[in-house]
Design a protein around this ligand. Structure first.
Ligand code: SAH
Length: 225
């Protein structure tokens, strides 16, 4: 799968996508991420990409032309399944959306900055708008990194034990059961006996029960959905 991310601050994306599971998936060739600096199509000697808003509101807006040119350049090379704009007023991102996007071949993620982007891009080019929650960040880069991470860790081979992604929270509509590792006792705090029993059936039953109990207690809304 290939993800193209368009940004005015590409440096913000380097570290989150360069290490751990996502970094390794890219090195292994399971996913490709290409980050494009919007300033490539900026205007004038300062490569300007933003301007004042019509109507006189405070805050700068990313201009329509550089975004259009950048996306046209990418579309001339290949077909995109989705052109996603990260936006606080988009659909709230969740595991279902991550699963769905992980099946796509090529996607573009467009990061806004400052006060946002010229609305004509959203009206005419963007196919989907995604929010990472009801709060406002300075730019779409951290949200884009979150979306890319959630997608890439689902791709076959990204996680060595493939069942591991499947047992994560939300994957089956439930929160995950608690997890423990060695030592079995620390400071008098014990790992639940059942996990030391070596009986896979009992362990599975305990995990299912814990997942259900935690979901009921912490996120009852998930059970209604
Ligand atoms: N004026 C805009 C917010 C601009 S914040 C508004 O009120 O809706 C600048 C950029 O950060 C946005 O263009 C968007 O790309 C990104 N951003 C901020 N918060 C976000 C969120 N919760 N989810 C996704 N992207 C977000």
């Amino acid at each position: 799968m290939r993800i193209d991310i368009i940004s005015v601050v590409p440096e913000l994306l380097e570290s989150p996508l360069g290490h751990s599971i996502v970094g390794r998936a890219i090195k292994k060739g399971i996913a490709e991420i290409h980050v494009h600096n919007l300033r490539k199509y900026g205007k004038g000697p300062r490569q300007q990409v933003d301007d004042y808003s019509y109507g006189g509101d405070a805050g700068m807006i990313l201009m329509v032309e550089p975004v259009y040119m950048m996306i046209e350049e990418l579309k001339a090379e290949r077909q995109y399944d989705e052109i996603i704009y990260m936006s606080p007023d988009g659909e709230i991102f969740n595991q279902g959306t991550a699963n769905e996007l992980s099946l796509k071949e090529n996607i573009i993620i467009l990061c806004g900055h400052y006060k946002g982007i010229d609305h004509r891009i959203r009206e005419h080019i963007v196919t989907r708008e995604i929010s990472v929650g009801d709060y406002v960040l300075s730019g779409g880069e951290i949200p884009a990194a979150m979306v890319a991470d959630a997608i890439i860790r689902l791709l076959p081979g990204a996680i060595s034990d493939e069942t591991s992604a499947l047992s994560d929270s939300f994957q089956d509509g439930l929160l995950s059961a608690p997890v423990y590792t060695r030592p079995a006792e620390f400071n008098g705090w014990k790992v639940p006996d059942v996990l030391l029993s070596g009986n896979p059936k009992l362990i599975r039953a305990w995990q299912d029960e814990q997942a259900l109990e935690r979901t009921r207690r912490l996120r009852p809304g998930l059970l209604e959905d």
